[in-house]
Design a protein around this ligand. Structure first.
Ligand SMILES: OC[C@@H]1[C@@H](O)[C@H](O)[C@@H](O)c2nc(CNc3ccccc3)cn21
Length: 453
């Protein structure tokens, strides 16, 4: 069988379907303090001994801040018609508020103009985890002032790029920002506080609403919210496992979407956080209602769930499915879960427009041989998940695009450079780019789906 053949249903996607790849600022750019940029919480976190595997930092990363022209050419060679990236807040506002750093704005304007010249639609994420250090020093996302800081930052970007960027995302994965940064502590700023966690989540929801409102005031029409979604399946029909599954579903999948669509939190949240869960007035909850123009779905895997009182605060844990394939992140390969979660959104939130804003896998890639890198497991992952997306389209899901995570091997947060998700290899020494077989497969799949093969 030809590894390159997409070999999947070629029922055409809707016209205007976006075929992209995704990245984020701290993970690929490098040069974190160049041209007047202010440090982010990830700059500090990565430079704190013990926080990131092997002491890796984003000081160079993929060197995209200097190689961005080459990378736009690479995207065009892959046949992408869209590219999702994030803006480093500290390049625009070194102190997080106040003085605007023009060289930072210029970098992103040049990148956007180069994308548009290649017929590549930019999708701009305002926040992908790299909060300015100066704002963390003022309380960060736990501060009541954080929604205002974020709306002001967003307004600067809307005004600078709103005439050429049509797709905007306020926050990337408020659940991971909250759980990783404030509850479990494995991500910046590395807090472990059950009392702080619901406050941070509430401020992130207020910040999304404020950035949506400031975008509307600037005439921006397509503003989304990107969420990590992970379908939860009970390990047994036992009542305890069913209840634990519902709690974990609320904790991961409904905590942020229910407030923005319904103006209420899932009922399970109070049971999960107990006395740490604040009292909210009806007006405070209604102020969270800020339905996005589209949902960005970041899908990687599912969870099979068993009740476990020792696993706090949810009282549930993931049960590894040993008989099934797993990625290098130890995430089960489960493409059916993508179809299920897209159908779930369709049913629960009224079939809103959806983009798959992240989908991909880390595997321990073989070394390149004669200028080729045969990442067979990643090809298989992409093929099965494109099929799963195709099944969702056939069920009437309003799916508008697919963004592979990631364009490049990059800085994988607390794993540093040990986990590689790229369609394109980045050499750890000289940062040379090499398109993997998965990149070639994706290029051929785009042509096939678009009827050009
Ligand atoms: O881990 C792969 C990517 C990561 O590089 C992106 O920056 C981030 O947007 C991203 N989100 C997920 C979703 N799941 C997740 C779950 C728990 C912790 C961290 C991520 C995976 N990924």
């Amino acid at each position: 069988m030809n590894e390159q053949a997409p070999e999947m249903p070629t029922d055409s996607p809707p016209s205007g379907f976006l075929w992209g790849a995704a990245t984020s600022s701290y993970q690929i750019e490098g040069s974190p303090l160049a041209d007047g940029a202010g440090p982010s919480i990830w700059h500090r976190f990565a430079h704190t001994p013990g926080r990131v595997l092997n002491g890796d930092t984003g000081d160079i990363a993929c060197d995209h801040y200097r190689r961005w022209r080459e990378d736009v050419t690479l995207m065009a060679s892959l046949g992408l018609n869209a590219y999702r990236f994030s803006v480093a807040w500290g390049r625009i506002l070194p102190e997080g508020t106040g003085r605007v750093n023009q060289p930072g704005l210029d970098f992103y304007r040049h990148l956007v103009d180069a994308l548009l010249e290649q017929g590549i639609e930019p999708m701009l994420t305002l926040y992908h985890w790299d909060l300015p250090e100066a704002l963390d020093a003022r309380g960060g996302w736990a501060s009541d002032a954080s929604p205002g800081w974020f709306a002001d930052y967003a307004r600067i970007l809307y005004r600078a790029l709103g005439d050429r960027v049509r797709l905007w995302i306020t926050l990337n994965e408020p659940w991971v920002i909250t759980a990783g940064g404030y509850l479990f502590g494995d991500l910046a700023p590395g807090h472990r506080s059950q009392s702080e966690t619901p406050i941070v989540a509430h401020n992130l929801l207020r910040a999304h609403a404020a950035a949506l409102a400031s975008g509307r005031a600037e005439g921006i029409e397509r503003i989304g919210l990107a969420v990590n979604l992970e379908p939860q399946y009970p390990a047994s029909p036992l009542a305890d496992d069913i209840a634990a599954t519902a709690r974990r579903d609320a904790f991961i999948n409904r905590w942020f979407l229910d407030p923005v669509f319904f103006g209420r939190y899932p009922a399970e949240m109070e049971a999960i956080f107990g006395t740490a869960w604040p009292e909210y007035s009806a007006s405070e909850l209604d102020a969270l209602r800020a339905p996005p123009d589209f949902i960005g779905v970041n899908y990687y895997s599912r969870s099979v769930v068993r009740a476990d009182p020792t696993e706090q605060p949810v009282g549930a844990r993931r049960v590894r499915q040993d008989a099934r394939p797993h990625t290098a992140m130890d995430w089960e390969v489960y493409p059916q879960g993508l179809t299920h979660i897209l159908a779930w959104i369709q049913g629960r939130y009224g079939n809103p427009p959806v983009y798959i804003t992240e989908n991909g896998a880390a595997f321990d890639d073989p070394p390149p041989v004669a200028g080729r890198l045969h990442d067979r497991q990643r090809v298989a992952y992409l093929r099965s998940h494109l099929r799963a997306a195709s099944r969702a389209l056939r069920r009437g899901v309003d799916l508008r695009g697919y963004f592979a995570w990631s364009l490049l091997d990059n800085f994988e947060w607390s794993y540093g450079y040990a986990k590689r998700f790229g369609l394109v290899r980045v050499d750890p020494v000289d940062r040379q780019r090499l398109i993997k077989d998965s990149g070639r497969f994706y290029r051929d799949a785009i042509r096939r789906y678009e009827g050009r093969a």
